[in-house]
Structure formats: structure tokens, C-alpha cells
Write a protein that binds this ligand. Structure first.
Ligand code: SF4
Length: 743
């Protein structure tokens, strides 16, 4: 065996010699890292099924291979998630791979400020030298990373392990902070573990479905299709300020005032308790904290809630009765709840309603958070950011010991300190505590709340590395070093969807140029950093999968019964928990059927707090509330990938638009198609007006996918989850006349 320095030299030399004159695969095929191997042993002509790389629904897509290349795809007919359906993004999954602006080579910024192509050897030397220099000058914790819910679980785990156990970082977080942190905190507080309890079959089994701050018609269209397949003629109830597409299709829509959901949920609990419409047996057997909760919500009368939520009192009583009458009531929420200044309390209030009424652990029930990104759940459990691997706690010595023993690491390499959340990391950049930042597969230059603050932060960093499929994202353009990454379809690994199903990514195409799978980039970093020896066993995605299965043993997310990728492929994905000895016949499973939870006493906890006013209420100057959200099922987040598809681009307006109510439009003398300026205290943008009765007076809506949107948003955060509250801030709107210059 070669000594590490020899091996490093050999790899570096080999890459250095070969790159630039040979294709990436030829250059790397024979490297000791095995970078160029094709893990998916594809036949030249075949159809193979893999999980979609966009959203957390986790549909499976059949990729059709001709002459060894993917030429088309179609939804997998017998996959338990999508059952032969796909949304526009899924159908267009291959388009982003062929985009002309793919990053095909590492790029390093020179002293003249220009980004230039370099080879992997030079890139890795710069990575190591610059970050080590930062650490020597400012301390190990002065380099941090921001990860993503878009890469595979194995990649997240390897990144988290290399960064924290190998490179000595303390702080790392993921863009899942922007979408799921609230649900994580609420599930942990109520159930003792981050455990969404449901299975998608519950969408078809409920007789009453309550969607809170969720618009599945647009955001999770395949889940909405599952609702449409529900044979029980269910009551479909939507709580949302806007008359969204889902609200239009619902049996009941309660158009509450922005962020009054917590008040409404408490009032509903009060009515249910007062009328005795609760499951006393379940409460006594399986919960704790009921008395304090009942006392808390008794003050939230329907009359008070009606005034604060903008509803009639009778509507609140009607809603309580609908919940009472349902035999199988399920509650579903997404970003309307999570992206709030009081998101955790709101999610806990939803969970409380299920605990009160015994709507949990049975078919068609549950407090069910729908996640966002394709691997948000994997990130929550295995990214090693704010949680230690396997949903553990960095602050818990027993947890650190378990991980060290399972991995064969010295315990001292595991930080005994929790990571800062995303906003705290950026605050650290602001105040000089963080000087080096490594951003992987996410685009905060577009997506961060009040994004112009992110651009300003860039100047405070001594070294910024961005690892992405494209060198053209708002964030990559700011980088000192860009590392070109493979995308979905160009690498293998697993992802975990909203219903806890572990599914498979497969490699069906080569990444362009010198782009590498994130997994291999992390391996390269480990080699060049000098900690590769620690990760000897982490040599392939599947080997890491097996390590993670070992790490999951005895945890609520135990999947030690999954033997490997072959089993996942055959089974159509497997939901955790799946400990050794599990029966593989169940394709759909939910949690808590036995009324036992992951808390110390096995009881779910009621939790409550005081509703708080909006962080930035409207006033005489900024008189409209800006709501943000998903605009169409054809757009995904910052459009980094969906913007590459000509077909998807035809399905939504190219220019940013703002929806406003007919009353506000009349007052402002604005008609649909007019150009207007939307201004907050932080920025001013130009947008096309769309006048629609789906908005209540006093509210406007702008889709989050446009570059301009987060110039306006107000940086408020949930105090527990640290999730940004994107959904409501104060703006004003005025018509722009043609002689005015653009904002
Ligand atoms: Fe992909 Fe989500 Fe669309 Fe399914 S719903 S095809 S997982 S983007």
C-alpha cells in the first residue's frame, strides 16, 4: 500500500497530467479514488427506474437508454409513490443536464478578479491552501459550509463527516433550514424524534383532509393526484390567505389573515375541548401536558380568534365540527406554516389537534408535514450539520461515543458543540467569525431572505467555494473557486422522501467535461486535506449507505434491514424504520400505530406558546402584505435547473409578476399587464401586475422563483427553528409610467 503522501502525490500528479487533454472519464478511470467508474452497469439499450431529483414527493422515472445514452423518460408505472404519474418538472428532468452553461471545469479567481478554468489538481490545492490558511489565522471554526437537500444522503454524510471530523469545522448547515427546520423542531418536541408519521396512502384513506399553508396542486401535484383518487368523497379543507389552486378545488376554504394560523388552531383546539370532541382515552394513554394545553387554549375564544384571523365566528365553529365529524382526519402542511416567525408553535398546534382527537397512527390520519427538496429528509437525518449523524445530538456524549465507535473514529474528532444555523453562519460572516465558506448545490445569492444582504456578505469572506452544476448561478458568480458537479442522473446514491421512503438515484449519463459527482469531490477534498485515511471505508456511495445503515441501528430511523441498492431497486423504495428482520412485503407503513412515541416516557407532548404579531406589519407607508410562494409546478426554487428547459419556460411568465386584488388595483388605477413598482424598506422591483380575486384586499403575491423576489423580503426567523419567515412582509405598490426608468 502506498503511504499517504505518496498516494496524494500520485493522484495529484496523475490528475494534473491527464486532465485537460483527456476526457474526464479517461483521466480518472484508473485513479486510486475510482472516480471514473460507472456504478450503474448500463446496457446500451434499456429502461431503468430512478427517483426524480426535484421535489420531496420522490416519484420514480423510467429513463430510456439508447446507444448507452438517456434519450427520454416516462413515469414509472408501478412505483408506490407516483403510480405512473409525473409533473412537468419530472418530465423535463433530462433538459438541465444538457444546458450550455454547465460547469465543466474547476474555475479559480485570479488576482485580477477574473474566474479562469483550472484543473482539479490546482483547484484542490487552492481549496486546501486557502481554507487551511484561514483556519490557521482565525481558528478551525472560521471555515463553515452550507449544504443542501439536493444531493444524495451518502454525499451529505460524507461532506458532513469530512468537514467536521476531518477538517475540524464546527459550523455547517443546509438549505433545508429554509424549508423544513420548523417541522423538524416541532416533531422532535412533540414526538421525541423528527418523524413524519404518514404514508402517501393516507391521502386516499382520509375522509377529511386539512391543508394548512399548503398548495399541493402546484407544489406537490402528484400528491394532489393521490387526493383526487380518494374514493371517500372527503372534505378537503384549506387554510390559506390566498384562494390558491388547491383552495379553488377544495370543499372548504378559510381565507385567514396572513400568519393568523396559530391563533385559529388554538381556537379550534379550545372548541374541541369545550365541546368534549376529544379522544380522552388516547390523551390519557399516549400524551403528556394536556391540562396545561387546555388551560392555554381556553383563553383563545372563537370570538377572539375570529377577529384576529379575519373569519366569522361561525366559520371557526363550522371548521371545528368538520374535524369532529371526520373519522379519519389528516392535516398536511408545507411552507405557509414552516416559513413563519412562529412556525414551530404552529406546527406543534397542528400536531396537538391530532393528539386531541386521536387522529394519529391510524390509516388516513396524522399531522403530516410535506417536505420540499428531493432529499430534505436525508438531510435532516444524515447531513451531520446541526444534527449528528442518524438524528443524534452533538451535545450528547453518549451519541458522540456511539458514532465514534460505529465509524472507528477517535471520539475527539467529533465536535462537542452544536453547529450554528444558516442565519447564524451568515451572521458569523458579517461579524468576522466566519472567514471561509463552502457552499454546495444551493444558491443563497437568490434564495436567501433579503438576498442583497448575502451579496454584501461576500466581501467579508477571505475565500468562498461554490460547488454546483452551473457556474452561472447568482452564488457561483461570487465565488473564488467553483467546483463543477455532476447532477441528477449523472451519479448514484439514495434520497429519502416526505413519507420516509428511501429511494435510489442511478447514474444514467456521464457528467460533462471534468464535472464530478459531489461524492467524488468530497473524496478528493479528503485526499488533498490529508484525512482520506479516516474515510477508507467510505469508498463508494453504496459502501457509505451500508455505514449509514449501521449508524441508524437502534435509532427511530433504523434501516439496517435494507441490504443494499439492489433491494431498494426491487422493492420500489423502502420506508424507514426497517430494522434487521423486517418484513419487506409492506410497501406502505405509518408510525405510532401502537400509541407509543420516541420521548423518554413514550408519550407525545402537547406544546404551546403565545401568538406573536407579524415581524413587519403594514403601516401607512407600506400598506400591503407581500405573500410569497410557489408560482407554478413548472418552476423549481431559484430556477437553476428548471430555467434550462425550453418547455418549462413556456409554462410560466418569463418576467416577475405581482398578483393583487381587484380592490387594490382599482385604488391604484392598475390593470392586469401594467408595469408596477413593488417596494419594501429593503428594495424596489419592477413587476407585471396581475389583478385577481384570489388575493384579499391588502395583500399581494409574488412567486419565490424570480431573482427579484427576495430583494423585498424581511429577515425575520422562527426563534426555535431559525427558519426564515419568507411569507409576510410590508410593501407598497405603485404604477410605473413609461417615462420612468426601471427600478
Ligand atoms: Fe419530480 Fe416532484 Fe414532479 Fe414527482 S412531483 S415528478 S418528484 S418534481
Amino acid at each position: 500500500m502506498l503511504a499517504l503522501p505518496d498516494l496524494l502525490g500520485r493522484i495529484g500528479g496523475m490528475l494534473h497530467q491527464k486532465e485537460g487533454r483527456l476526457s474526464r472519464e479517461l483521466a480518472l478511470e484508473d485513479s486510486p479514488l475510482g472516480l471514473g467508474r460507472l456504478p450503474e452497469r448500463l446496457q446500451p439499450e434499456q429502461v431503468t427506474s430512478l427517483v426524480c431529483g426535484f421535489c420531496s414527493t420522490g416519484c420514480a422515472l423510467n429513463v430510456h437508454i439508447r446507444d448507452g445514452k438517456p434519450v427520454n423518460l416516462s413515469p414509472t408505472p408501478d412505483y408506490p409513490v407516483n403510480q405512473g404519474m409525473a409533473c412537468p418538472k419530472g418530465w423535463e428532468s433530462l433538459a438541465p443536464l444538457a444546458a450550455p452553461d454547465r460547469a465543466i471545469s474547476p474555475m479559480l479567481r485570479g488576482e485580477d478578479g477574473v474566474l479562469r478554468e483550472v484543473g482539479w489538481h490546482a483547484a484542490m490545492l487552492a481549496f486546501v491552501q486557502r481554507f487551511k490558511a484561514v483556519q490557521e489565522k482565525h481558528g478551525k471554526a472560521s471555515v463553515a459550509y452550507i449544504s443542501t437537500g439536493q444531493i444524495t444522503t451518502e454525499e451529505m454524510a460524507l461532506l458532513g463527516a469530512v468537514a467536521k471530523f476531518g477538517m475540524g469545522m464546527i459550523h455547517g448547515d443546509g438549505n433545508t433550514r429554509q424549508c423544513m427546520a420548523t417541522s423538524v423542531a416541532a416533531y422532535k418536541a412533540s414526538f421525541g424524534f423528527d418523524a413524519p408519521p404518514y404514508t402517501y396512502a393516507d391521502l386516499e384513506l382520509s375522509d377529511t383532509l386539512v391543508f394548512i399553508g399548503a398548495n399541493p396542486c402546484i407544489a406537490h401535484p402528484i400528491l394532489w393526484e393521490r387526493v383526487l383518487r380518494n374514493p371517500h368523497k372527503p372534505a378537503i379543507i384549506v387554510l390559506d390567505p390566498r384562494k390558491t389552486e388547491t383552495a379553488m378545488a377544495a370543499t372548504h376554504h378559510y381565507a385567514i389573515l396572513p400568519k393568523s394560523d396559530l391563533t385559529l388552531l388554538y381556537a379550534l383546539a379550545g372548541v374541541l375541548i369545550e365541546k368534549g370532541w376529544i379522544d380522552n382515552d388516547f390523551i390519557a394513554r399516549s400524551t403528556s401536558g394536556f391540562e396545561a394545553f387546555a388551560a392555554h387554549v381556553s383563553a383563545m375564544t372563537p370570538a377572539r380568534a375570529a377577529a384576529e384571523c379575519g373569519l366569522e365566528e361561525s366559520a371557526i365553529l363550522e371548521l371545528a365540527e368538520l374535524i369532529h365529524r371526520g373519522q379519519r382526519v389528516s392535516f398536511w402542511w408545507t411552507m405557509g406554516v414552516n416559513q413563519s416567525h412562529q412556525g414551530v408553535l404552529t406546527a406543534e398546534a397542528i400536531i396537538n389537534l391530532c393528539l386531541l382527537t386521536g387522529n394519529i397512527g391510524r390509516p388516513g390520519t396524522g399531522p403530516n408535514s410535506i417536505t420540499g427538496q428531493t432529499n430534505a429528509m436525508g438531510s435532516r437525518l444524515f447531513s451531520n450539520t446541526t444534527n449528528l449523524l442518524g438524528g443524534r445530538d452533538f451535545l450528547n456524549p453518549a451519541h458522540r461515543r456511539e458514532v465514534a465507535e460505529t465509524l472507528g473514529f477517535d471520539e475527539s474528532c467529533i465536535p462537542a458543540e452544536g453547529s450554528w444555523a444558516y442565519d447564524r453562519i451568515l451572521e458569523g460572516v458579517e461579524n468576522g467569525a466566519i472567514k471561509g465558506l463552502w457552499i454546495v448545490a444551493t444558491n443563497p445569492g437568490h434564495s436567501w431572505i433579503h438576498r442583497s444582504s448575502f451579496d454584501a456578505l461576500r466581501k467579508k469572506l477571505e475565500f468562498l467555494v461554490v460547488q454546483d452544476m452551473y457556474a452561472t448561478t447568482e452564488t457561483a458568480r461570487l465565488a473564488d473557486l467553483v467546483l463543477p458537479a455532476a447532477g441528477w442522473g449523472e451519479k448514484e446514491g439514495t434520497v429519502i422522501n416526505s413519507e420516509r421512503r428511501i429511494g435510489l438515484f442511478k447514474k444514467v449519463a456521464h457528467a460533462p467535461g471534468m464535472a464530478l459527482a459531489d461524492f467524488h469531490i468530497f473524496r478528493l477534498v479528503a485526499w488533498y486535506w490529508g484525512c482520506a485515511e479516516m474515510f477508507r471505508e467510505w469508498h463508494s456511495p453504496e459502501s457509505v449507505f451500508r455505514i449509514l445503515a449501521r449508524l441508524s441501528k437502534g435509532r427511530p430511523c433504523d434501516f439496517s434491514g435494507i441490504s443494499g441498492y439492489g433491494m431498494l431497486d426491487e422493492a420500489g423504495g423502502v420506508q424507514w424504520p426497517f430494522p434487521e428482520g423486517s418484513d419487506g412485503a409492506d410497501r406502505e407503513r405509518r408510525l405510532f400505530a401502537d400509541g407509543r412515541f420516541y420521548t423518554g416516557d413514550g408519550r407525545a407532548r402537547f406544546a404551546q406558546g403565545e401568538p406573536q404579531p407579524l415581524p413587519e406589519p403594514t403601516d401607512g407607508h407600506y400598506d400591503l402584505t407581500l405573500l410569497t410562494g410557489r408560482g407554478t409546478s413548472a418552476q423549481w426554487h431559484t430556477q437553476t435547473r428548471t430555467g434550462k428547459s425550453a418547455i418549462l419556460r413556456k409554462l410560466y411568465p418569463a418576467e416577475v409578476y405581482v398578483e393583487l386584488s381587484p380592490r387594490d388595483a382599482a385604488q391604484l388605477a392598475v390593470a392586469s399587464g401594467d408595469t408596477v413598482a413593488v417596494a419594501s424598506r429593503r428594495g424596489r422591483i419592477r413587476a407585471r401586475a396581475v389583478v385577481t380575486a384570489t388575493l384579499q384586499p391588502g395583500q399581494v403575491f409574488i412567486p419565490m422563483h424570480y431573482h427579484e423576489t427576495n430583494l423585498l423580503t424581511f429577515p425575520a426567523f422562527d426563534p426555535i427553528s431559525r427558519q426564515p419567515a419568507y411569507k409576510a412582509c410590508a410593501v407598497k405598490l405603485e404604477k410605473v409610467f413609461s417615462e420612468e426608468s426601471p427600478a
